[in-house]
Design a protein around this ligand. Sequence first.
Ligand SMILES: [Zn+2]
Ligand SMILES: [Zn+2]
Length: 132
Amino acid sequence: MSTNRSIRRNSQQRQVILEELQRLKSHPTAADLYEIVRRRLPRISLGTVYRNLELLAEQGTIRRLDAGAVQARFDGKLALHHHIRCQSCGSVDDIELPPLDLSGFIPQNTGGYEVYGHRLEFFGICPQCRKS
Ligand SMILES: [Zn+2]
Ligand SMILES: [Zn+2]
């Protein structure tokens, strides 16, 4: 009984985490999202939020930005899009781009790597930081 109940609770927690991430456009870290999810699930822990985000990213349900970073940001929007990052405060926003033809940039010599894809990220100063 208690096992069934905890499985149900786990999948409910994951659903809330996913819903809140998909509503946000801020590409939050696990800690950012924890502060928001807590309003709906007061007893959830930061570790649980983090584990669920990692799991959802592994399943391909969400995207994990900054692979390997401790303060990894997560993105609930799976459609192909690009990001711009503020060098001052670190905020990340989506950026609209016309479809790019990158066929000329496919590397001929990958040094033995099997290439799965590429990432294009812009950086600059966001409107908030430019004001101050
Ligand atoms: Zn900024
Ligand atoms: Zn995004």
